[in-house]
Design a protein around this ligand. Sequence first.
Ligand code: SF4
Length: 423
Amino acid sequence: MAPDRKPAFIREDAAYHSFCGLACVGWLYQKIKDSFFLILGTHTCAHFLQNTMGVMVFARPRFGIALIEETDLSRPQPELHALIEEIKADHHPSVIFLLSSCTPDVMKVEFQGLADSLSTPSLPVLFVPASGLEYTFSQSEDSVLQALLPFCPVAAPDDRRVVFLGSVNDAIADDFLAEAEQLGIPVAGFLPSTHFTELPAIGAGTIIAPLQPYLAKVAQLITNERGATLLSSLFPFGPDGTRAFWEDLAAQFGIMVDLSEREARSWAAIASHTERLRGKKIFFTADNLLELPLARFVQSAGAEVQECSSPYINRRFHARELAALDGVRVVEQPNYNRQLRDMHADPPDLVISTMGTTNPLLGAGIVAKWSTEFAFMPIHGWAGVPSLVGMFTRSIDRHAQLGKLDDPVWTAGLMPSIPLEQA
Ligand code: SF4
């Protein structure tokens, strides 16, 4: 692609269908070990969290819901002081995140003022916009990190180190630390850190290296407020993305490395998987905001990406991934009916789709996988390559016996009201 040509993608519906933003609590409360996540929500939110995370009531997890009842509709602001005292006594957190949800958003609860009134110098209560009305489940991590930024110490301008941006599990974080050390890259830490009290220093000399593709807003905020440099590279998914990530990051520190042999070894280690992926048609319907790097990886692995759709695409933050997908149909906020018609016309071998649409697709004989699972798996960096490729091949293998679109259930059951002939 010519370097001055803008990578092409289209936007269809200006709306998206994704998992609720509250789901980020599932991985962030485990990552930030001295935190508590308090959601002001309804019974719907409580059921959602309990079902999503399989929480048993006696497990005493470090998150909870302050339920809004009908009687609260007449009150100016919810009263949470007693609940905060209870959380302090039971969990001794260093920080409490106060998450919004749909109903209080509609009720116009003034969350920032509420969080400020609950905060004390020794225990900050931080407002995190996360309602399912506005945020996909992965984007709400962006909101949490924005709330944390003011608590990151300001690094001296000559403190030139990298801060890895995005939550990954501890084993993957250790892998990144080991790789950075081997390449001679100085590390200031991770945002988020494993403890609120250990947030990394960020300043004008900091290089921000995004690990997750759904953190565009906090990345921009950091560069605006702290003058840090944002690494522009592929995200570290798959052998190709991981090689580009480390080579580009090392170059920021004047270290020129050629990781082509490392990449070749990584591909060789998953050759039995890539053989099964070669020529397979894969369709991403838009959900987890990981779609661009995932599609780029499976394309590099030999698959054909029929469509890569995502709820949100940022031209600058995703520039390298968009460039790598040149020639692929890339859609922001796609129209699901149109996608179904496209699948009918050219049946995919695997669809990566939302929680709400995967089971109906499976019922219609389409091999489909919950995109949500990718957000919970250790798929970053060199260490994550086997897990990443296995996410695709396991689904194809497991459902290989299912029928495809010529199964009568497709037209009779899934799309009874869609006039295919008019598509
Ligand atoms: S925040 Fe909204 S979308 Fe999320 S569980 Fe609550 S009601 Fe549902």
